[in-house]
Design a protein around this ligand. Sequence first.
Ligand code: PBG
Length: 327
Amino acid sequence: MPYPEIRPRRLRRDAAVRRLVSETRVAPADLVLPMFVKEGLTEPRPIGSLPGVLQHSRDSLRKAAVEAVQAGVGGIMLFGVPAERDATGSGGIDPAGILNVAISDVVGEVGDATVVMSDLCLDEFTSHGHCGLLTPDGDVDNDATLAAYAQMAVAQAAAGVGVVGPSGMMDGQVGVVRQALDAAGHTDVAVLAYAAKYASAYYGPFRDAVESALQGDRRTYQQDPANLRESLREVALDVAEGADIVMVKPALPYLDVVSAVRAAVDVPVAAYQVSGEYAMVEAAAANGWIDRERVILESLTSIRRAGAGIILTYWAAEAARLLRESY
Ligand code: PBG
């Protein structure tokens, strides 16, 4: 017999009481759906390593954005895949570039009903696949890249985006983007900083999704998975430079980072459940090894419990539907 009065199981005995005492809830509005749009497509195309995720055409992107909003997602994060790339990633800055036209498509369709965000990085647009411009020696040139990010931010804002997401991990990127937006009169456009972004092997399927040209790795600009204090430093810098929201990426393998960042700042904290996290669950579920829906919801609950108020996830629309049924 246990110590008689203390029986925690009383509060687990049925679904009603469990629901009453639940400490963490995930709401559809907490979820942001990352979406890919590829220049020149007439039909959406599946991505082999991300089953269920599509490279969209401009048309199918608009339709899928409407469906995601109907499901209740809190936002959409757009990524563009250009037909052609060059050394400076000029397609990211060009107002006629695929990401910029897709922003105005989606804003025109659902801009009043959800938060439209865009990835602000050069890697999808450069022929070498790096997140910035290269020096003649092949190093990623921090300050030359900042100038390109400033132009890209203004182009995305001009296309109507509500939130830009600088994800290239260049030093000073948030401050430069904030200044450029303000100077161009876009003081209302918010910055979601990929503040603590690790050089992670979990991005593998994403690189398929954007047909990345990258050879080598990003370890001179993305963070070492071994480091936590470094994330707190990156986050503090981004907040000082004007970040409105800070993000940790990936999510599940970095819940300690999410938790420490939540405790350290007073801006909203986001976490990105990245492509490899998604692909592992889909692969195991396809083999019948795990209960797919329960694992999805458990992973989202865990990321929320660790302290992320906003979660970017490729399951956003589906999870939003599941969560609405369970409320
Ligand atoms: C960079 C960017 C990447 C991801 C989001 N933004 C790729 C990278 O840093 O290599 C990865 C997202 C994912 O894996 O789902 N534009």
